[in-house]
Design a protein around this ligand. Structure first.
Ligand SMILES: Nc1ncnc2c1ncn2[C@@H]1O[C@H](COP(=O)(O)OP(=O)(O)OP(=O)(O)O)[C@@H](O)[C@H]1O
Ligand SMILES: [Mg+2]
Length: 356
């Protein structure tokens, strides 16, 4: 168990700055999930925490002790890489236990952890195989097992489930959570998967171009995104976002109006697809219509895409509802209490206190 602190971390390669003045405290036993678009610096940040990549400036602390220039061995953090490497000449079992042997650990002292890890990652049947006899997802699970049995001070996991199919992904995700509940090892976990981020995280960090956009619980990020980037990044499909004019500080969307205490000519209005309903509303309020662009069956729901006067709009409806032909006019209504507003100038969230 470890508490980790990053202060004013900066990382620049010759060509560009990758991490810019990043400060972050990771609590003891916390499961922190890092999300952000491809290339925003997630792996670089993990590698710097692991000690595999030097920082350009700033400092790193673990349990109050500075580790900015400590070797990876001294840190004793375990990293599961986005691209993992197994020893090709060793069996799965030897790959998993090799590090323990090198460190002089007794296998019998870790028998329980080994058995639980192998079972959780469903490797029981594969222990005697060589890496070349495994699929990509199976290899990834071996790399994960190898990292877990190290019993480190901190886990750094870089998209560890990306090669698994949906069912296995779900099972291994549950396994990681069960293991975390038991070991309480502080974990930094990178993912592109919205469901993983929402279900696994104590807190989520949203990164964009090497800068933290928001840190908070999954609920906080979903219900109160701090800015336009987080609003569009958290949630799948993305929040519908329209740039709308303000007149005399008043915003109007159909028959819904709100008075804002802001000095701007435009604001961004956001509505999540799940907060728009197909058809007219019971009281005839908050309705709008648009031309049907397409609809897609996602399984349990159908995603409907309209072209409205304000911009394109996506929302969900029941999967068995019958929809008209493409280009026909479709009516829907929105839930005004679910509207998000962002400044047109700064793209920051407009707080409730600024609504009159
Ligand atoms: N050794 C390097 N030299 C120069 N630029 C690098 C180096 N390593 C990474 N970068 C750049 O730094 C940026 C961040 O890379 P990083 O691997 O951290 O992204 P990421 O957020 O992990 O992306 P992904 O989701 O695709 O894995 C990228 O633009 C990448 O091209
Ligand atoms: Mg990466």
């Amino acid at each position: 168990m470890s508490q980790v602190k990053l202060t004013h971390i900066h990382k620049a390669y010759e060509t560009a700055t990758v991490i810019n003045d990043l400060s972050l405290e990771i609590a003891d036993g916390e499961f922190l999930v890092l999300v952000g678009a491809s290339g925003c610096g997630k792996s670089t940040l993990l590698r710097m925490i692991a000690g595999l990549e030097p920082v350009s400036s700033g400092a790193l602390y673990c349990d109050g002790k500075e580790i900015t220039h400590s070797s990876p061995k001294v840190r004793n953090f375990s990293m599961i890489f986005q691209s993992y490497a197994l020893f090709p000449h060793m069996s799965v079992e030897q790959n998993i236990t090799f590090g323990m042997k090198v460190r002089g650990e007794k296998l019998r002292d870790k028998r329980d952890l080994l058995a639980q890890t192998v079972a959780m990652l469903q490797l029981d049947e594969l222990l005697k195989r060589r890496p070349k006899e495994l699929s990509g997802g199976q290899r990834q699970r071996v790399a994960m097992a190898r990292a877990i049995v190290r019993d480190p001070r901190l886990f750094l996991m870089d998209e560890p489930l990306s090669n698994l199919d949906a069912k296995l992904r779900h099972e291994v995700r549950d396994g990681i959570m069960a293991l975390h509940a038991r070991l309480k090892t502080t974990t930094v976990y990178v993912t592109h998967d919205q469901v993983e981020a929402m279900t696994m995280a104590d807190r989520i960090v949203v990164l964009d171009k090497g800068e933290i956009q928001q840190i908070g619980s999954p609920e906080a990020l979903y219900h109160s995104p701090a800015n336009l980037f987080v609003a569009s990044f958290i949630g799948s499909p993305s929040m519908n976002l329209w740039s709308l004019p303000l007149q005399n500080q008043q915003l109007q969307l159909c028959d819904w109006t709100v008075q804002l205490d802001v000095d701007e000519s435009k604001v961004w209005l956001g509505l999540r697809p799940e907060h728009i309903k197909l058809g007219p509303s019971a009281d005839g309020r908050y309705q709008m219509s648009g031309q049907l662009l397409r609809h897609e069956l996602l399984g349990h729901v159908r995603l409907v895409c309209l072209q409205t006067a304000f911009g394109p709009l996506q929302f969900f409806c029941e999967n068995d509802v019958s929809l008209p032909d493409v280009d026909a006019t479709v009516t829907c209504h929105f839930l005004p209490e679910r509207v998000h507003l962002f400044s047109g100038a700064t793209q920051q969230r407009i707080a409730d206190k600024d609504l009159l």
